[in-house]
Design a protein around this ligand. Structure first.
Ligand code: NDP
Ligand code: OXD
Length: 321
């Protein structure tokens, strides 16, 4: 019997999202299963049983009548959730050690950058000024992580090992050793109040859109040893109200920010974030998905599914993540 074809729909635009690069990896791991890059007008869409996707165009997946499973090639599924024509088949997201470790590297790098006053020290270097400032210990700083899922919980554990006081906030109750866990709207205030460095690793859903706004920033610890609290967002741009964040940086409500994600990507050249002295901008590359790791992850899941096993990391459409 012919194995159902795996279709690749990859529209990322950047080097890591080169569709040909992904196809060459899937060709290796899929063995005798056909792998096709879509769109391809010459290919019969009825042959496709599996789709591996990154930012497919809205409605594109609806044209595959025999689809059984959709594999999102990243962790965040907000682009797919926004597709009103998304086929009602299981949607699997990425949750693998490789991606998790990369995100933890990003979070640790940026927490340390602000904690160790790197923006200030680089400014001193540019000005040839030998002017060390007081250096506070890690255990004087409270890092609060919004989102204690696959990525947030790992970052929390590693930051804890570095000596930071770590807390986290999630939708449902969580228990992580060494991490003070808060959940739900009722506990958001207590979580924010103790936070000097806020790290956002939430998914973008109707509940979380623009959660990073002026009201939230104003509730962060006003007595931070760092002078003013710092925001690090590596979730999605839609989580932040960008006008509010700029205002908060300008009026001192925030002392600094590391932003990897933006409402509009690529960040337009005229965005004030590019040149803001308190902002570190990275181009949505906090954690790249590695084609080798992820193609193997998808191939393993298809094998298990065809043998009657359970798919892992299936998105709950009602929650939107
Ligand atoms: P998970 O689904 O594993 O975790 C999501 C966490 O957010 C959970 O703890 C969940 O709570 C919490 N959450 C969701 N909604 C709410 C809410 N309304 N209130 C409070 N907490 C909420 O996701 P991952 O950790 O794998 O990924 C998180 C996000 O990181 C992705 O959705 C993606 O947007 C982003 N990302 C960005 C990358 C980059 O390069 N910038 C790379 C990879 C991912 P609960 O535990 O109760 O379910
Ligand atoms: C992801 C991302 O969601 O790369 O995996 O943004």
């Amino acid at each position: 019997m012919n194995k159902g074809t795996l279709a690749l729909l990859v529209h990322g635009g950047t080097e890591n999202w080169s569709a040909e690069r992904w196809k060459s990896r899937f060709d290796v791991v899929c063995g005798d299963r056909g792998v096709v890059l879509l769109p391809d007008a010459a290919f019969d869409p009825a042959l496709v049983h599996y789709a591996a996707v990154w930012k497919p165009a809205p409605g594109e997946l609806a044209g595959l009548p025999n689809l059984r499973v959709i594999f999102n090639l990243g962790a965040g599924v907000d682009a797919l959730m926004a597709d009103s024509g998304l086929p009602k088949v299981p949607l699997v997201r990425v949750a693998v050690g490789d991606l998790t470790n990369r995100m933890t590297e990003f979070v640790v790098l940026h927490v340390l950058m602000h904690h160790r006053q790197e923006p200030y020290l680089r400014e001193c270097q540019r000005e040839k000024r030998w002017a060390p400032r007081f250096q506070w210990p890690a255990n004087a700083i409270s890092v609060g992580i919004m989102g204690l899922g696959t990525l947030g919980s790992n970052a929390a554990e590693v930051l804890g090992r570095l000596g930071f006081r770590v807390s986290g906030w999630s939708r449902s109750p969580r228990q992580i050793e060494g991490v003070e866990c808060f959940h739900g709207t009722a506990q958001l205030g207590a979580f924010l109040q103790r936070t000097d460095v806020l790290v956002c690793l939430l998914p973008l859903t109707s509940d979380t859109r623009q959660v990073l706004n002026r009201g939230l920033c104003a509730r962060l610890n006003r007595d931070s040893p760092m002078g003013a609290p710092v925001l690090i967002n590596a979730g999605r741009g839609g989580l932040q109200n960008e006008a509010d964040i700029l205002e908060c940086l300008d009026d001192g409500t925030l002392g600094g920010a590391s932003l990897d994600v933006f409402a509009k990507e690529p960040l337009p050249p005229d965005s004030p974030f590019w040149t803001h002295p308190k902002v570190v901008v990275t181009p949505h590359n906090a954690a790249d998905t590695d084609p080798d790791e992820i193609s193997k992850y998808v191939a393993r899941q298809i094998e298990r599914f065809e043998a009657g096993g359970r798919l892992e990391n299936v998105v709950d459409p009602a929650r939107g993540y």
